[in-house]
Design a protein around this ligand. Structure first.
Ligand SMILES: CC(C)(COP(=O)(O)OP(=O)(O)OC[C@H]1O[C@@H](n2cnc3c(N)ncnc32)[C@H](O)[C@@H]1OP(=O)(O)O)[C@@H](O)C(=O)NCCC(=O)NCCS
Length: 154
């Protein structure tokens, strides 16, 4: 699909691809978890910014499960989707898929939730967020899960 210069910004699913280089790995030659989290946070930031068309910061990340190791050389894809909106906050679910360089199938390796907050020039929260339109039972289930998860630490 070709794009003209005035194509509207995309604000649905954000996808980001990488290849796992040696500097991304741990002593087992598999992807370092901290590096995966860094890239997941980045994908969440892009998805949230695209959604609210405003700068955001990360307020929190919720339980992230690393279910399979990601070998060096693998192609990885981050899929980030807004699943919940509050007054100034946006919860983004990020999934990390992994495939071998010559593979025909891919595996969900990691998934986590990131709460991003829209901020003004002084880094104070600002309510600029359109409420998310829920269009399916699956989206409603994601919303409910994110809502339960986003309780602030006391
Ligand atoms: C995130 C931050 C802006 C929130 O500021 P704050 O003064 O606590 O703001 P508020 O109490 O008004 O909360 C604003 C929103 O953030 C949410 N929030 C704040 N802390 C949160 C946390 N730890 N987890 C989840 N959500 C949180 C609130 O629920 C609220 O959501 P809502 O407006 O949708 O209801 C502030 O804590 C901050 O600047 N943190 C550092 C951010 C940062 O440097 N991130 C890493 C680099 S990007």
């Amino acid at each position: 699909m070709s794009e003209t210069p005035d194509t509207p910004c995309f604000c649905g699913e954000t996808r980001m691809c990488e290849i796992v280089f040696p500097e991304d790995t741990n002593p087992h030659n598999t992807m370092f978890g901290g590096r995966a989290l860094q890239l997941m946070d980045k994908a969440a930031g892009v998805a949230a910014t695209r959604y609210c068309h405003h700068p955001v910061v990360t307020a929190s990340s919720d339980r992230t499960n690393f279910t399979v190791p990601i070998p060096q050389g693998a192609i990885i894809e981050f899929v980030a989707r807004v699943v919940y909106t509050g007054r100034t906050s946006i919860v983004v679910k990020v999934e990390l898929f992994c495939e071998g360089a010559l593979a025909t199938h891919r595996t969900l390796a990691t998934a986590g939730y990131f709460t991003m907050v829209a901020v003004d020039a002084n880094l104070k929260p600002i309510p600029v967020i359109e409420p998310l339109v829920i269009e399916s039972d699956e989206a409603q289930a994601e919303w409910d899960a994110a809502k339960r998860m986003r309780g602030r630490p006391k």
